[in-house]
Design a protein around this ligand. Structure first.
Ligand SMILES: [Zn+2]
Length: 428
């Protein structure tokens, strides 16, 4: 308690607390430095940089601020007095380790609505704006890494995967290019994607966040929203440029976050087995001259969050008859109001960012994912479900419920009686 008091006192001392709140919600505040965004323009000079930084409010041409959900933590640090309000990032040596070349999809109307394809090469595309003093922050970053996973070591031991010293190293480490992508929403294109009126989209976003961004409703001239939601990470196995070449075999997994399984190994679902199986197969694809891609979306618990998810687990396990495949989706809907809130409609944007036109091997059972990809104009050749031996015992409920609901599987589903597939009880 003493510490908190000290911190609070200090923040009151050091913060240059301007008692005036400048409302940015009226068009009268638009300055001569305001850069209009021409979303979808093929030339970045025409498109213009997205300025979402807070340091020079007159320069801003976006609603919200950078960093997705972390924008809130930054505000907290500033409130506490530990973070400068006007920080400008020093971008020296931060540029991508691999260039992602512009693709036709970057300027095809409607192909990309929820990320900024020009968000990685800020110095290259918007150098003169930086010289003019605009505080432009990258929304995409690219780096290299080696992945070490016990499942990959097991795959090598089982002779499913070979050490080649390049894609898979002697320490069972898998080489990847990692691409971190923050959300950048173009509201008119988003509304078109969802087939709703832009004014309705803006109004509902404003109201359902408790009025978080008044500009959503008062500044229709601001078309960009930097929403306070999680980012997306793409892991590329092999040459990133090959993603855009339909002649090169592509193995893809589009994975929605499941922290309990992905990180902690919780066995109620198949998320981590699906993820590591896809990484293994992506590495194998790169080894035979193809390219692998695993995209990780921060959409925990079908984008309903872990609190809802854990309540659903309890409701599933406590219901009459125990955790049953026949009532799997019903319990989610009872608690959350919907079965799924992931909006796969936005998922293919990352694929279009890399210029993907053809997927040879899609690791997914989800028809929602498949339909979103196919409807966005990308060809899918083969769909792959998780091998039976990799499904944890308690996750049989999830798998059988999904198969019966029409999720894609290579297995025969007709012989399974859903009422007979029962998961572990809460006290087991
Ligand atoms: Zn899961």
């Amino acid at each position: 308690m003493a510490d908190m008091t000290t911190n609070y006192a200090r923040s009151k001392e050091v913060l240059p607390m301007d008692p005036h709140v400048v409302l940015t919600s009226h068009t009268a505040h638009k300055s001569s430095r305001f850069i209009e965004i021409k979303w979808g323009a093929a030339d970045p000079a025409d498109r213009g940089p997205i300025v979402g930084t807070i340091s020079d409010k007159a320069d801003r041409n976006a609603i919200g601020s950078h960093g997705g959900s972390y924008s809130i933590y930054r505000a907290l640090s500033i409130a506490q007095g530990t973070f400068p309000t006007d920080h400008r990032p020093d971008l020296t040596d931060t540029e991508p380790t691999t260039r992602i070349e512009p693709q036709p999809s970057w300027s095809t109307p409607g192909e990309i609505v929820s990320l900024d394809p020009w968000g990685a090469g800020i110095a290259r595309h918007f150098g003169h704006h930086l010289e003019d003093g605009y505080n432009i922050q990258p929304t995409i970053a690219v780096t290299q890494a080696h992945l070490q996973l016990p499942e990959i070591a097991e795959a090598i031991d089982a002779n499913r995967l070979q050490v080649d010293g390049h894609f898979v190293g002697p320490e069972a480490d898998v080489s990847v290019t990692k691409v971190a992508i923050d959300p950048v929403w173009h509201l008119p294109s988003m509304a078109a994607r969802f087939e709703i009126a832009e004014s309705d989209l803006r109004r509902v976003l404003y109201m359902e966040t408790g009025g978080m961004y008044p500009e959503l409703v008062t500044r229709p001239d601001l078309e960009i929203l930097l929403p306070p939601i999680g980012s997306t990470t793409a892991y590329v196995f092999g040459d990133i440029a090959d993603l855009a070449n339909p002649e090169v075999e592509l193995t893809l997994r589009v994975h929605d976050e499941c922290n309990g399984s992905d990180v902690f190994g919780s066995d109620i679902c198949t998320c981590r087995p699906y993820l590591t199986w896809a990484i293994e197969d992506a590495a194998r694809t790169a080894q035979r001259g193809g390219v692998g891609l695993v995209v990780y979306y921060r959409k925990e618990g079908r984008a309903l969050g872990e609190v809802t998810k854990f309540m659903v687990y309890n409701a599933r396990k406590r219901q009459d008859g125990g955790d049953s495949a026949s009532t799997y989706f019903e319990r989610t809907e009872c608690v959350a109001g919907v079965q799924d809130a992931r909006f796969q409609e936005l998922m293919p944007d990352v694929l279009h960012y890399f210029g993907i036109r053809k997927i040879h091997n899609l690791h997914s059972m989800s028809n929602m994912k498949y339909d979103a990809i196919a409807n966005s104009g990308v060809e899918v050749v083969n769909r792959l479900s998780l091998p039976e031996e990799l499904v944890p015992a308690d996750a049989q409920v999830e798998i059988e419920a999904k198969k019966a609901a029409g999720y894609f599987t290579e297995d025969d589903v007709s012989t399974t009686e859903l009422d007979d597939v029962i998961g572990r009880s809460l006290d087991e």
